[in-house]
Design a protein around this ligand. Structure first.
Ligand SMILES: [Zn+2]
Length: 449
């Protein structure tokens, strides 16, 4: 099937121009922008479907390196289906889901089973993160990292990627997200094994050692000792990653000091990357206080101060921060009232970032696209997506950059209604999402075609 998307403002990391795109089944066949000669006689191309943007914006769909789908094990919070629908509503078609489910995803077989269940829904492209230790107990390596597994998986050559890939395709990232591996030797061993599989390790960075403990024992407030915790743990993850020869990806960086450590490691040429969440970019501890610091405003790491927030924005501007990831963490309202940390973030991520970063002139829309699509694609070695280029997967999102809307969590596809942006007015709305050339989400835009 051939689809023509015309009269769009086409924006990715390297394009921002009015133009058109032709899809052939699941692949982007051609892209042209105004001023370029149209290379085809559209009438003779046998176009089956035309989507006219009327000046709306077409971007590569977003790629989330960090979400909690709560499946298997916590259907009251979220399921594969509800999370996938939330992802699509937010413009995401590729998501890495964290392993802290019940049971924990700590074997290649469990990751493969989850991937198969997700594929059967035909909604998004899900990649389960693999836990570093068995049951995330922090006492022994997950079986995916056993010597036997390494030998077995190294036999799987991934010809489709054009190079020898020592691990299975459905695992792109390892993470003990939710906590760190406390034991240095075990953490380092996991990093060595992940490096052998060429898998980046996403680090949660909350093991603050005796420095954070001292601050806690001295009666320092949470805002102080949790900051020390993150800073010390970031330093530790970078050091152990360097010693192990692994690629360390720092999840949800939130303090200016942690960012400075990452920036310094990058300046030394170390294999380090990091992500930031929309809530840490847009909100501070005063927002947490008004939401309820111990309930609806609680998140790990906590919302920090204005100086940190400005430092994170500066980190996006100067390229120290590689990607934006949601840390989508759905909970029931009962769980939030009892202090479960995290926000339901997939459905507000683009609008929150667009409002704060593009709307206030910090970043261009192209740069935001890079942070939400091609940069995570490259970190995950998913070279077939993340941009609007011939030959890439037709994973696309139509956004209305003029729209202003109020966040109503009752309308969320996610079962988690715990949004940090609830009731806020945001600009920029996702209207339609295509995955592999198929329209998989449509907010009514299609009806107007
Ligand atoms: Zn997380």
């Amino acid at each position: 099937m051939k689809t023509l998307l015309q009269n769009f403002r086409i924006v990715d990391a390297s394009i921002d121009a009015i133009g058109a795109v032709i899809l052939h089944d699941e692949i982007i066949r051609d892209v042209w922008v105004k001023g370029e000669a149209i290379r085809y006689d559209i009438g003779r191309m046998g176009i089956d479907r035309v989507i006219d943007g009327g000046g709306l914006t077409l971007m590569p769909a977003f790629i989330d390196m960090h979400a909690h789908f709560r499946d298997p094990g916590f259907p009251e919070k979220e399921t594969l289906e509800s999370a996938s629908l939330a992802a699509l509503a937010g413009g995401y078609t590729t998501v890495i889901c964290m392993a802290n489910t019940k049971p924990v995803i700590d074997t290649f077989e469990a990751a493969q089973a989850l991937k198969h269940r997700s594929n059967a829904l035909r909604l998004i492209d899900l990649y389960p993160a693999l836990a570093l230790t068995r049951s995330m107990a922090g006492t022994e390596l997950a079986s995916g990292f056993s010597a036997l597994d390494l030998i077995r998986t190294s036999a799987l050559k991934d010809i489709a990627l054009g190079f020898s890939w020592p691990g299975p395709r459905y695992v792109r990232l390892c993470s003990e997200d939710g906590k760190d591996v406390a034991d240095d030797a075990l953490f380092k061993e996991a990093l060595v094994r992940a490096a052998a599989l060429r898998l980046p390790v996403s680090c949660h960075c909350d093991a603050g050692g005796h420095e954070a403990l001292q601050a806690w024992e001295a009666g320092q407030p949470y805002s102080i000792w949790s900051r020390i915790e993150e800073n010390v743990a970031t330093e530790r993850a970078i050091r152990l990653g360097r010693e192990a020869g692994a690629h360390v990806h720092i999840a949800h960086v939130s303090t200016k000091e942690a960012l400075a450590r990452i920036r310094a490691a990058k300046a030394r040429g170390e294999s380090v990357s990091c992500e930031v969440t929309p809530h840490h970019l847009c909100l501070t501890e005063s927002d947490a206080a008004s939401l309820g610091s111990e309930s609806y405003g609680r998140v790990n790491p906590p919302l920090r101060n204005e100086e940190d927030r400005q430092a994170l924005i500066a980190g996006l501007v100067d390229g120290s921060i590689d990607a934006i990831a949601t840390d989508h963490a759905p909970h029931t309202s009962g769980d939030k009232e009892h202090g479960s940390p995290g926000f339901s973030g997939l459905e507000t991520s683009f609008a929150a970032c667009f409002t704060e970063l593009v709307g206030k002139g910090h970043l261009s829309l192209s740069r935001l696209s890079a942070l939400m699509s091609v940069a995570p694609a490259r970190l995950l070695r998913l070279f077939d997506r993340g941009a609007i280029e011939p030959g890439l997967l037709a994973d696309l999102v139509v956004v209305d950059t003029e729209a202003v809307w109020h966040v109503d969590t009752a309308l969320f596809r996610s079962r988690g209604k715990n949004s940090a942006f609830s009731g806020r007015a945001l600009s920029g709305k996702t209207l339609m999402t295509l995955h592999a050339g198929s329209v998989v989400f449509d907010r009514g835009f299609g009806a107007k075609l």
